[in-house]
Design a protein around this ligand. Structure first.
Ligand SMILES: Nc1nc2c(c(=O)[nH]1)N[C@H]1C(S)=C(S)[C@@H](COP(=O)(O)OP(=O)(O)OC[C@H]3O[C@@H](n4cnc5c(=O)[nH]c(N)nc54)[C@H](O)[C@@H]3O)O[C@H]1N2
Ligand SMILES: Nc1nc2c(c(=O)[nH]1)N[C@H]1C(S)=C(S)[C@@H](COP(=O)(O)OP(=O)(O)OC[C@H]3O[C@@H](n4cnc5c(=O)[nH]c(N)nc54)[C@H](O)[C@@H]3O)O[C@H]1N2
Ligand code: SF4
Ligand SMILES: [Mo]
Length: 703
């Protein structure tokens, strides 16, 4: 066989770097960054470089499995695809016939370019309940944009912003949501200046002109403070505000009480620094805002996102070259149209779990996890007994992991499609092996391009989520699907006048960047203008202007403010089992200030016990002055692939320390930032026992 090089798009994260895969026959040999891809220009991170190791990992699921022991025992036997899919289809149909389609919950984690397939399937089946982490991830931003200005914006790095406000984002390491951090960094090397808002002195903060080290969970107050300065000092784009916005005077009145001293007392950021940041942002010829999950995992999420959009609007940065540009998708059947939302009757959509309380989240199509667990455990407001999970490790992704565990244990039927037997998959009745990114043809749709991801290899009998959903749709007789995955690729591209073959040959189709679109057609809102004051939100029972929601309680003596961040070497809960990546960060880490370490008798590298809300978790201390005194920053989504049978999600899972209940009203974002938490050295026997997977861990010695 001959060696060949295939241009494709990496999906070890959802970043979307161009990749060149060297393939020997039907085996991928290596992956390199694609130098011709404008997004990453040859860059490939440590995760991307581990793609081949990940693809052929010995623990990859290679056949469908049926559970043979009690749930959670991890005992399975291989079965054929036909048997597996027949059973899943039968269980979904039986649940629909018995309790209605709404009693079936479909779950997906972070987006992997097949999310629209799951929504299409759910809508065709008739269930309003697709569960995902949208509310703590990307959607406060998405929905703040959609409601305020009729669309979602992204930073225009092609036209060199003078300033980028990096707000709760570690983009240089996380490359979130289709924007590769390298594009931001290269703008910085060309002269873009950074304002960074983060309790952690990240690599971006270290390069910033202004770093605002705020206390976790106080972003909404900062947003009000920035608006106070900008509106109070009249640092606005008057023409834009007059022609294209509604509610300026109400907003100005609303933020007047939020003077820098008041905001400084809440956020811990110097009043003087708040004023300088506001002036710097507002006086730039063009400025963009990169809003990350630092701001999203908190009851202030939607308020902060709204403040960011309002800042961009009043300063005239919307759709300006080098500003925040409204996304203008290509004409494919993609993110906007693929879900087939019109197929779900409005009376079904109105029954979405959590929708009554979190209306904006529900508008985006997502169910709320706390409401899902309640429906499973208490049948309130109606029973949920059946769940099918396509790529989500629920036991580590959501707050109150113990309740998630109880809910999974209580289901009549659980099916999990994954590449590995994760803690969540190990709870399933049927496990479906899915293909990794090197094994599937997929349309990649990001803000600035559409490209082809190419199948270059196969592993065992693994199938793509798209193929699985197509098969299930056929078995259930659902309308709106295609006869093959290949036919679907062509059909989805046809409205843009192209085909799968053409896209694969051409590889990369840039999305045309157009500025100042509102000058021709206004904004896609009911008034055609940007809603600074939002009447629709008020009618939904939510706040028409951003507010600050103080924490339920502050830290007591011996407590610190807990937050978390994503690791550069993992993707959420993935890759703890990939040796080259595990070697980079072998243990779960909590970062703490030298002052905190000294006060608690902790040295760098010690195992510590974090305790909050009555639960505990083990983390290894990393003592660093990069985090603020008084802050504990833990690694997110940790589990131990080496500890069967439950692959212990119980030992170092920061979400065991968090609860639902303190949520943003509009979006339902959970309180995961600034939670009072104690830290102390962990008893050596407990650590040894837990890391051996010993009796203590299983008996739940860690409460
Ligand atoms: N405390 C705390 N909690 C957090 C976060 C935090 O920062 N702190 N982050 C939150 C955020 S932003 C998010 S997005 C969520 C992430 O939550 P999830 O998206 O649920 O992330 P993972 O836990 O990594 O689970 C994803 C699973 O999908 C599998 N997988 C990968 N590719 C595919 C595929 O193509 N098909 C299928 N079927 N499976 C696949 C992986 O092996 C993995 O087991 O966690 C949230 N939870
Ligand atoms: N390598 C890697 N890349 C990833 C992921 C991963 O797990 N690993 N996950 C992917 C996913 S699903 C997402 S959503 C994106 C997330 O990408 P980012 O938005 O960059 O998310 P994080 O790195 O979790 O957190 C961003 C920053 O928020 C800071 N922070 C913590 N608490 C607060 C707070 O209260 N306020 C403010 N302002 N900042 C705070 C943290 O110190 C951190 O620097 O990354 C994606 N890319
Ligand atoms: S940033 Fe994401 S897409 Fe880019 S190489 Fe790393 S894992 Fe792949
Ligand atoms: Mo996310």
């Amino acid at each position: 066989m001959t060696m060949r090089e295939v241009p494709t798009v990496c999906r070890m994260c959802h970043g979307g770097c161009g990749a060149l895969v060297t393939v020997d026959g039907d085996r991928a040999v290596s992956v390199a960054g694609h130098p011709g891809n404008p997004n990453n220009a040859g860059f490939l991170c440590a995760k991307g470089r581990a793609s081949v190791e990940h693809a052929y990992h010995p623990d990859r699921l290679r056949e469908p499995l049926r559970r043979t022991g009690p749930r959670g025992s991890g005992r399975y036997r291989p079965i054929g695809w036909d048997e597996a899919l027949a059973e899943v289809a039968e269980r979904l149909a039986a649940a629909r016939d018995r309790d209605g389609a709404r009693s079936v919950v479909l779950a997906q984690g972070t987006d992997r370019n097949y999310q629209e397939w799951l929504f299409r399937f759910a809508n065709a089946l008739g269930t309003p309940n697709v569960l995902g982490p949208a509310h703590v991830c990307f959607y406060p931003r998405v929905m703040a944009g959609i409601l305020t200005l009729g669309g979602f914006t992204f930073c225009d790095y092609e036209n060199d912003p003078e300033v980028v406000l990096v707000w709760g984002s570690n983009k240089a390491a996380t490359h979130g949501d289709g924007v590769i951090g390298t594009r931001l960094l290269s703008a910085v090397s060309r002269g873009t200046r950074l304002i960074v808002v983060d309790p952690h002195r990240t690599a971006l903060a270290a390069r910033a002109e202004l770093w605002l080290p705020l206390l976790p969970g106080t972003d909404a107050a900062l947003g009000l403070g920035l608006l106070h300065v900008v509106l109070g000092e009249g640092l606005i784009d008057r023409e834009f505000v007059e022609q294209h916005t509604v509610g300026h005077d109400r907003l100005a009145d609303h933020v007047r009480p939020w003077d820098p001293e008041r905001v400084a007392a809440i956020t811990g950021v110097d009043a003087e620094l708040i004023v300088r940041a506001a002036r710097r942002y507002a006086s730039a010829s063009a400025a963009a805002i990169e809003l990350g999950t630092g701001t999203a995992q908190h009851p202030g999420s939607f308020d902060t996102a709204r403040s960011a959009v309002l800042l961009a609007a009043v300063c005239g940065n919307l759709d300006r070259p080098g500003g925040d540009v409204l996304w203008d998708p290509q004409a494919i059947i993609g993110r906007r149209t693929m879900p087939m939302s019109e197929a779900l009757p409005p009376e079904s959509a109105a029954q979405r779990l959590g929708g009554e309380r979190h209306r904006v989240l529900s508008m985006s199509g997502w169910a709320h996890p706390a409401a899902v667990w309640r429906a499973v455990l208490e049948h309130d407001p109606y029973p949920v007994r059946t769940m099918a999970v396509f790529g989500s490790n629920l036991l580590v992704a959501y707050p109150d992991s113990d309740r998630v565990h109880r809910a999974l244990a209580a289901l009549d039927f659980l099916c999990v499609a994954d590449l590995f037997l994760t803690p969540t998959a190990a709870m399933a009745d049927i496990v479906l092996p899915v293909s990794g990114w090197l094994e599937r043809d997929q349309i990649v749709e990001h803000a600035n391009y559409v490209a082809a991801r190419r199948a270059v290899t196969a592993v065992g009998e693994a199938r793509s989520d798209e193929e699985i959903l197509l098969d299930l749709a056929a078995r259930l007789g659902l309308p709106g699907f295609w006869e093959s995955a290949r036919a679907a690729l062509d059909a989805r591209l046809a409205p843009a006048g192209t085909s799968w073959q053409e896209l694969a040959d051409g590889y990369y189709r840039p999305t045309e960047l157009r500025h100042f679109k509102h000058r021709e057609r206004g904004f896609a809102t009911p008034t055609g203008k940007v809603a600074l004051y939002h009447e629709g939100l008020r009618r939904m029972g939510h706040d028409p202007m951003p507010v600050h929601r103080p924490a339920p309680r502050g830290p007591r003596a011996g407590e610190y403010l807990l937050t978390s961040r994503h690791s550069p070497f993992y993707f959420n809960s993935e890759f703890r089992n990939v040796p080259s990546l595990r070697a980079r960060e072998p243990d779960p880490r909590v970062e703490l200030h030298p002052g905190t370490a000294a006060a608690e008798g902790i040295a760098d590298g010690d195992w510590t016990l974090l305790e909050a809300r009555g639960s505990q978790a083990l983390f290894r201390a990393r003592v660093t002055d990069a985090v603020l005194p008084g802050v504990l920053c833990a690694g997110a989504s940790w589990w131990y692939p080496e500890l069967p049978p439950d692959r212990s999600w119980r030992v170092s899972n920061v979400n065991r320390l968090l609860r639902d209940g303190d949520e943003n009203p509009a979006m339902g974002s959970s309180l995961q930032r600034g939670v009072p938490c104690s830290v102390r050295p962990a008893p050596a026997e407990l650590v040894a026992d837990c890391l051996r997977g010993g009796a203590a861990a299983w008996a739940g010695e860690l409460r």
